[in-house]
Design a protein around this ligand. Structure first.
Ligand SMILES: [Zn+2]
Ligand SMILES: [Zn+2]
Length: 369
């Protein structure tokens, strides 16, 4: 099944109403500086400012970032304020808008970009708000979407095409990350290696295939993920633990190495081996986040190789959203093997444990109303 239009229709718009100003809602919150997340049924509904929209969330995707917050790793401890509502991937219906909102209407089905830029710095004013130094991210710096309602600035709202089903509309955000990586590197007519195929790596495989990549080579330590990558159009897969894969990858690409490398593992060995494989003059787009500093042979890996190295952070607002939409509407992305689980919001703990166990790729929660 590859066509977005073959999937179930979106929920009807009549089911969602504006809550009373003093209403409470279900939310999933980080309430303790320890592993876990808390089911919080008495959370106040967020207030909206004049430029905000209040969205009744119907579906929310669980991201690797949410898993970091759940596990309370070093990054989360340094970044996440206690008391925050988590989650940043969602779709829902607008139920109320502020007095200065002009283009967003109650009843509209929408998703939203989770990066709220300052709007006035140089990156924000030149279309690079995703790397604004003062960016506030939904579910990280401000209350997120693992809740019945979320407040979002109107300029972050993304109206969703009717042909895109809810469980796919909820994951525009990670699809945008994958899209940004693939499109920045430029894969059309070129050989590609993707190191690390978790959720975003697998999304990159189907996007690269749809974008006209040549030979696609994939590495990962998990055989099941390699099998899914093949299903999505990868030509050759290697276990990342097999240190001879860069040699094999060179043989498969006219003995010169892949022209493009999408790094999505964040693992020091993946990064080391990827540089070995990359062709002279090749381009690498780095998306995977290493948990600590990584050693590079700068002379051999980058300078003598004449490599182009791109750092990829988030999504371009809103270029990648338009790209994701048009790829989805073209029917050429295969996301069925990637969204492995759809669960009820109250089952969030099971969803996170399925991700930890490697049994789930993407989990989408249904939010009750
Ligand atoms: Zn995410
Ligand atoms: Zn800014």
């Amino acid at each position: 099944m590859t066509s977005a239009t073959m999937l179930p229709p979106a929920a009807s718009k009549s089911a969602y109403f504006a809550p009373r100003p003093d209403a409470t809602m279900l939310a999933i919150k980080k309430l303790e500086a320890a592993p876990g997340l808390t089911w919080s049924p008495q959370t106040p509904v967020p207030q909206i400012g004049p430029r905000d929209a209040l969205v009744a969330v119907t579906h929310a995707g669980i991201c690797g970032t949410d898993r970091h917050i759940y596990e309370w790793d070093a990054w989360s401890q340094s970044r996440i304020p206690i008391g925050i509502t988590t989650g940043h991937e969602f779709v829902g219906r607008v139920v109320a808008v502020g007095s200065a909102v002009t283009r967003t209407a109650v009843g509209q089905r929408v998703s939203a970009e989770g990066h709220v830029g300052c709007g006035i710095c140089e990156p924000c004013r030149t279309g690079n708000g995703h790397i604004c130094e003062k960016v506030d991210i939904l579910g990280i710096d401000r209350d997120g979407c693992f809740a019945q309602y979320v407040s979002v600035p109107e300029e972050n709202i993304w109206p969703v095409d009717d042909a895109i089903p809810d469980h796919i509309a909820a994951i525009f955000d990670p699809l945008g990350n994958a899209m940004h990586t693939v499109m920045s590197a430029g894969v059309s007519g070129r050989s590609v290696v993707i190191t690390g195929v978790g959720t975003i790596g697998l999304m990159a495989v189907t996007i690269a295939r749809a974008a006209g990549a040549g030979t696609i080579i994939v590495t990962d330590p998990f055989e099941r993920r390699l099998e899914i990558a093949k299903e999505l159009g990868a030509d050759h897969t290697f276990n990342a633990r097999d240190e001879s894969w860069p040699e094999a990858a060179r043989r498969l690409t006219h003995n010169q190495g892949p022209q493009v490398w999408l790094e999505m593992s964040g693992h020091p060995n993946g990064i080391r081996d990827g540089f070995k494989a990359l062709r002279n003059g090749g381009t690498v787009a780095l998306l995977g986040l290493p948990s600590k500093e990584v050693t590079l042979n700068l002379a051999e890996d980058i300078i003598f190789k004449g490599a182009t190295v791109l750092g990829i952070n988030g999504r371009r607002m809103f270029e990648t959203w338009y790209q994701v939409e048009s790829f989805l509407l073209s029917g050429r992305l295969n996301l069925a093997p990637i969204v492995t689980h759809q669960i009820e919001m109250s089952d969030f703990d099971r969803g996170l444990k399925l991700m930890q166990a490697g049994d789930a790729i993407k989990v989408v929660m249904r939010v009750p109303h």
